[in-house]
Design a protein around this ligand. Structure first.
Ligand code: SAH
Length: 388
């Protein structure tokens, strides 16, 4: 049988079984096909008090709640699944598009793979992914042919997504930089870093800037923050995001940060955040995914190059927080073991104990967020120190 949904090879499955066990893995697979149970925003506490924003949002009719642990975090419930109609008239979209349409986004030309002839303006179509997973009903718009020819613009308006979250992107709060959409798992990183004002902080893989912005807010802008990313387009987005939040003075540098210590200088940083590219197995929802053990190994080796540079960047006594949005041992615990045994880092207890523990020798020092247990993005966070 050919695989259509979560296509991971046997060796990768074996590694995941070591993390979750057979039953846990089944629960994990089912959880990553759904969105998180809560949709989180981070409040830019330099612009507004989170309690004040909560009241404002509630007075505008939003159902919004405080997080139990982080005062800067608010969340809105994700609704669904609701029944999507099979209209017999299909728009097929690529993976990324399907994953956002499943959560309420409209259908735009770049995501469309194919569209049936019956799809005419005003017709309610069924939107599905290439593996036939149905994600929404959407009404074809007047200008759809024009959009498709140009390769951009609206094709169909989402009227019934499988899941829904209120869209906050076009609100005054988002436009004026009072809030930033960020998963609770990702917010743990800056909290585990817990940086002191007046310090030098390097964010090695910073774009689009979720963690950079959070760190800025935690130190009240009173630190030298250097944000690196090698992608030109993503660095532009990073700059835009920081500007919207009103975070001035962050040094954004386009750089291959595997060599950051050589380019910026050795021993310059009190704190480093390393959130490198990973296999993203913890990211949800997934309409389908295909990864091999080889992808995982390659990713882990790539991450080790950043770990070496992080060691070089740090002052003796400096703190590294390493994080990924994946759940493999290779990219998480085994890379920590590499950082400890080969580079000389020392694991230390994170300043907050939330969610789950890691696996193996350093389990108590490591934080893991499990999609099937916590209803949130699968994540790994570790705090390490470069000895004096
Ligand atoms: N920390 C970010 C998300 C980072 S995703 C946030 O919280 O918003 C990983 C990032 O690593 C991507 O933006 C990618 O462009 C960047 N990246 C990948 N390889 C890189 C390299 N060699 N040097 C610098 N950045 C790199």
């Amino acid at each position: 049988m050919t695989c259509t949904t979560l296509c991971y090879d046997e060796q990768l499955l074996a590694e995941l079984r070591q993390v979750y066990g057979i039953h846990g893995l089944r629960a994990f697979f089912s959880a990553i096909q759904r969105p998180p149970t809560r949709y989180y925003i981070r409040v830019n506490v330099l612009k507004i008090d989170s309690g004040k924003l909560l009241d404002d949002m509630r007075s505008q009719g939003y159902m919004v709640y405080r997080d139990e642990f982080l005062e800067e975090a608010l969340w809105l419930p994700v609704r669904g699944p609701q029944r999507v109609r099979d209209t017999g008239c299909y728009i097929v979209v690529e993976k990324k598009a399907a994953e956002s349409i499943m959560m309420g986004a409209h259908v735009y030309a770049p995501g469309v793979r194919s569209i049936d002839d019956c799809a005419k303006p005003g017709v309610e179509a069924t939107v599905k992914a290439e593996n036939d997973v149905v994600v929404a009903n959407a009404i074809v718009v007047e200008e759809f042919l024009h959009s498709l020819r140009r390769g951009r613009g609206l094709v169909a308006e989402n009227v019934r997504p499988l899941y829904s979250v209120p869209s906050l992107r076009d609100t005054v709060w988002a436009r004026n930089g009072l809030i930033y959409e960020q998963s609770i798992s990702s917010m743990l990183v800056a909290r585990v870093l817990d940086p002191a004002p007046g310090s030098v902080i390097v964010d090695m893989c910073a774009a689009p800037g979720g963690k950079t912005g959070h760190v800025y807010e935690l130190v009240g802008g009173r630190a030298r923050i250097i944000a690196l990313d090698h992608s030109a387009s993503k660095t532009r987005r990073l700059v835009e995001n920081l500007k919207r939040l009103g975070h001035c003075g962050v040094e954004v540098i386009r750089l291959d940060s595997r060599y950051a210590d050589i380019r910026l200088g050795k021993g310059i940083a009190d704190y480093v955040i390393l959130d490198p590219p990973c296999t993203s197995l913890g990211v949800l929802p997934k309409v389908w995914d295909k990864k091999s053990y080889r992808d995982v190994r390659n990713s882990a080796l790539y991450q080790r190059q950043f770990l070496r540079a992080a060691y070089g960047l740090l002052k003796p006594g400096g703190v590294l927080v390493y994080s990924t949005c994946t759940v493999t041992l290779s990219e998480n615990e085994e890379n920590i073991q590499y950082a400890v045994e080969e580079l000389g880092f020392k694991p230390v207890m994170p300043p907050l104990r939330v969610f789950g523990k890691g696996v193996g020798t350093w389990a108590d020092y490591l934080i893991r967020v499990h999609p099937h247990v916590h209803g949130a993005t699968g994540y790994f966070v570790a705090r390490l120190v470069k000895p004096r």
